[in-house]
Design a protein around this ligand. Structure first.
Ligand SMILES: [Zn+2]
Length: 423
C-alpha cells in the first residue's frame, strides 16, 4: 500500500477495465526505466496492438482479473510473471473486483476512476492511489503520488510538505438520523489491528496510541487536522468542536487540537460546551441501527449555535453513528451547517488471512504457518508464530504453492499447468 509500500518494480495493468481510448498512452508507463509492466486483458487484438508498441513488453491474454469467483492464485501468478516480490508490485485497475482482490493480497493498488469522482461506497475499501486522469496514473508510476494527507503526515511528520493541497482528502456526505446531511472530510484509512495492513500503517498505529493517551501523538495530529481543515474547507468556520470523551473526568485527547484549529481559523472553540451525557457502550460489535440506539441522546450542546458553521472533529469514522448523533445535537441547537472532519475511515477488513488455504507447518516448530507481513521490508511471506518477523521461512509464492498443492479438490486450480506460471 502506498507510502509503506516499497518502490513499484512490477506493475500489472488490468487492461480490460481501462477504456481503449487510453491505449496510445499505455506506452508512457513503460518509459519508466527499471519497471516491468504486464498488460493483462481478454481482447487479443487489442493486446497485439499494445505488444507492437515500442515500450510495452509483457502481455497476458488470459486476464486473471475480473474473475467472478475468488481467485487467490491470481496474484501469485502475477508475481511469477513479473518476477517481482509482493511488496514491490502494484495493480492498476478500474474494476472494483480486481481492486478488492489486490487489497486482499496486500498488493499495492491504484484505482482508475476515469474522470469521475471516487464512487461513494468505496470509502470503506479505499485504494492506495486514486487516479482521476491518466496523468495521475503516470505520477503514481513515477512514485510522485503521495496519497492521503493524514497517512502522509503520520508517516513523514518530520519532513514538512510545502504542497499539502496536492495530498488527497476524501470528500463525501454523512446522513444523520435526524435527516440532516453533513459534508464529511476524511484524510486517510484506518485498519483494525486484526487486519494485516495495520502492521506497518503509521496512521492506524498513531490513532490507537492517541486513544491510549499517548500525548506524543497530539502534536502530529494537531498539524494534521490543521492541514486538512486548511486545504479542504473553503467556507468560513464559526466554531470548532469534537466528539467529547464519554466521561468528563477522562482525558480529552482533542483539547489541544480543537484549540489550535479554532485559533487558526479564527473560530470559537466549543469543546467545553459539547458534552457527553450518557455512558454509551462500545460500538464495536453493533450494526448501524444498534449503534443509533446506543448513542441516541448521548450528547448535549450547552449553548445555542444559531446559524453557525461548525467543524466537528473525530479520529476514526466507522459507521458514522457517533458523529451523526453529535451533528444532530448541533443542528437541534440551531447550527446552519456541520462539517465532520476525521483522520481516517475504518476500512472493511482485508481477508488476506482468512483464505481457506490448507495449513502448512513450520519445519522447525511444527506450528501452523500463516500469511504474514515483514515489518521492515513490507514483504508478504508465510511464517509460524515463533518466526514471525524474524525470518521468512517461506516466500509468498512458495507458501501459496504449498497451500494450494494440497487443495486439489478446488475447481479451477487442479487442471492448470504449474510450469506455465514459473513456480
Ligand atoms: Zn516455527
Amino acid at each position: 500500500m502506498f507510502i509503506i509500500q516499497n518502490e513499484w518494480k512490477g506493475i500489472a495493468v488490468d487492461t480490460d477495465s481501462i477504456p481503449e481510448e487510453f491505449d496510445a498512452r499505455l506506452k508512457s508507463l513503460s518509459e519508466n526505466a527499471g519497471k516491468k509492466i504486464l498488460f493483462c486483458g481478454n481482447n487479443k487484438e487489442r493486446l497485439k496492438k499494445i505488444e507492437a508498441m515500442d515500450g510495452p513488453q509483457l502481455t497476458c491474454d488470459q486476464s486473471p482479473f475480473g474473475k467472478a469467483i475468488f481467485y487467490p492464485k491470481v496474484y501469485a501468478r502475477l508475481l511469477s510473471m513479473l518476477q517481482t516480490r509482493s511488496c514491490e508490485t502494484a495493480v492498476i485497475t478500474g474494476s472494483r473486483q480486481a481492486l478488492k482482490q489486490a487489497q486482499n493480497h496486500n498488493i499495492s493498488n491504484l484505482f482508475f476512476c476515469g474522470g469521475e469522482e471516487l464512487p461513494g461506497d468505496l470509502i470503506v475499501d479505499l485504494p492506495d492511489h486514486i487516479a482521476q486522469s491518466w496523468e495521475d496514473i503516470e505520477k503514481a508510476v513515477r512514485g510522485e503520488s503521495a496519497g492521503y494527507l493524514a497517512e502522509y503526515c503520520a508517516e513523514r511528520y518530520a519532513d514538512k510538505k510545502d504542497d499539502w493541497q496536492a495530498l488527497r482528502t476524501i470528500r463525501t456526505e454523512l446522513k444523520t438520523f435526524g435527516g440532516n446531511t453533513c459534508p464529511l472530510i476524511a484524510a486517510g484509512r484506518y485498519f483494525s489491528q486484526s487486519d494485516p495492513r495495520a502492521y506497518g500503517h503509521q496512521l492506524s498505529k498513531r490513532i490507537l496510541l492517541h486513544k491510549w493517551e499517548d500525548t506524543a501523538q497530539t502534536e502530529i495530529f494537531t498539524e494534521t487536522y490543521r492541514q486538512i481543515i486548511g486545504s479542504a474547507i473553503c467556507e468560513k468556520i464559526d466554531a470548532v468542536t469534537r466528539i467529547p470523551p464519554k466521561d468528563s473526568r477522562q482525558f480529552d485527547r482533542f483539547a489541544a487540537i480543537t484549540r489550535a484549529a479554532a485559533d487558526d481559523t479564527g473560530a470559537e472553540d466549543l469543546s467545553e460546551q459539547l458534552v457527553c451525557v450518557k455512558k454509551y457502550g462500545s460500538q464495536r460489535t453493533l450494526n448501524r441501527a444498534e449503534r443509533e440506539a446506543n448513542v441516541k441522546g448521548a450528547f448535549e450542546m450547552k449553548k445555542e449555535v444559531k446559524g453557525k458553521h461548525i467543524v466537528l472533529l473525530d479520529d476514526i469514522l466507522t459507521s458514522g453513528a457517533t458523529a451523526a448523533e453529535a451533528a444532530d445535537e448541533l443542528y437541534l441547537r440551531g447550527a446552519e451547517k456541520v462539517t465532520v472532519v476525521v483522520l481516517a475511515i475504518k476500512q472493511n477488513k482485508n481477508n488476506f488471512l482468512d483464505e481457506k488455504l490448507v495449513p502448512i507447518r513450520c519445519r522447525k516448530c511444527g506450528g501452523e504457518m500463516q500469511l504474514r507481513i515483514n515489518r521492515t521490508t513490507q514483504e508478504a511471506f508465510f511464517g509460524c508464530r515463533e518466526l514471525y518477523n524474524k525470518e521468512a521461512p517461506c516466500t509468498y509464492i512458495e507458501g501459496y504453492k504449498k497451500a494450494m498443492e494440497r487443495r486439489n479438490s478446488d475447481a479451477g486450480f487442479a487442471n492448470e499447468s504449474e510450469s506455465k506460471f514459473l513456480f
